[in-house]
Design a protein. Structure first.
Length: 321
């Protein structure tokens, strides 16, 4: 429901998803013919715009019904028209182990079946090692847990964090970190002959890394996306049955965009050396400036006659460069 409401609000202000427009135009064979060999479709398949905002969102996979996390990117093009696109990106975090362990991935996949999309071992530079700046420093192998949505990530993160706290507590109590509830959990997950090895693998987890990276920051870092840059957004499809997905290219951070801007400031009355109090103080002045991105910005001043009784003459304001 939240996603639908967000789409309605965005469409109201002219932010239509490029993928949706492309699919709608693609289905309309009459328009494709009138515009000459699907020229309108090709135009929607690639657009260049200046990225000025982004927000985390969720999409529903049409084939599986799974919730997918994504990032809505908001653009304005050279003509001042707005559009947006959604980059789907799977969130993840890392699990460090006390020693090399090849069984932990299988254990995690079975325990968190339906939540964990994929798990793999990847090298990571351990910044806690004294020689981590050395070119001969060997990377540490860690487990990378990949999810379809942030909700799933947080669910698994909380369970693993509680488990690690429990193990630390048992270790301090002299139980060696192997509590009864851990053994019971393992028995429910796997049915193997070497139960001791499974138990060692489960308690081999040491700590979680990068589990608190905000999703917006994660997507931007992994895909090298920066607000305030021009991008060419190209819609690509792996096959005719799959939905189009955006690919950003030709980044240009030096050329300035021309967005529509509304800036405002509110002044309130207040007692000396105090912050304004909404119960007794009032707004007596509102200044705002608006620009369509092309002409000279226009400024306006609204005053309360109960405090500012005289007229304010027109004046020019030029910010310091």
């Amino acid at each position: 429901m939240r996603q639908e409401q967000g789409e309605i609000i965005d469409a109201k202000f002219g932010y239509h998803r490029l993928e949706d427009q492309y699919l709608e135009r693609q289905k309309n064979s009459r328009l494709r013919t009138e515009e000459g060999n699907a020229g309108g479709v090709d135009k929607l398949k690639q657009r260049r715009g200046w990225l000025f905002n982004m927000a985390a969102t969720t999409r529903i996979d049409s084939s599986s019904g799974d919730e997918l996390s994504g990032l809505d990117l908001y653009f304005v093009d050279d003509d001042g028209e707005n559009f947006k696109t959604t980059v789907l990106h799977r969130p993840y975090f890392y699990v460090l182990t006390k020693k090399q362990d090849d069984m932990l991935g299988q254990l995690l996949l079975r325990k968190f079946s339906g939540l964990l999309a994929h798990v793999e071992q990847v090298p990571m530079k351990d910044l806690q090692q004294a020689n981590h700046l050395s070119p001969n420093h060997s990377h540490r192998m860690v487990w990378k847990l990949i999810f379809r949505s942030v909700t799933q990530l947080m669910d698994v993160r909380n369970q693993l964090r509680d488990l690690l706290k429990s193990q630390d507590s048992n270790s301090m109590d002299g139980n060696g970190g192997n509590s009864n509830n851990v053994h019971t959990d393992i028995d429910k997950i796997l049915s193997v002959h070497d139960s001791r090895r499974v138990s060692d693998s489960w308690t081999n987890m040491q700590e979680l890394r990068e589990y608190d990276v905000p999703y917006v920051a994660r997507v931007c870092m992994d895909n090298n996306i920066r607000a305030g840059s021009w991008y060419t957004v190209t819609l690509e499809q792996t096959d005719d049955a799959s939905p189009p997905h955006p690919v950003l290219s030709d980044a240009d951070i030096e050329t300035k965009g021309n967005p529509r801007v509304l800036a405002f400031d509110i002044e309130c009355s207040k007692a000396p050396l105090k912050f304004p109090n909404a119960d007794v103080d009032e707004i007596y002045m509102i200044s705002y400036m608006c620009s369509d991105g092309r002409g000279t910005p226009q400024g306006y001043l609204i005053t309360s006659r109960t405090i500012v009784s005289e007229d304010v003459a027109d004046f020019d304001y030029t910010p310091n460069s």
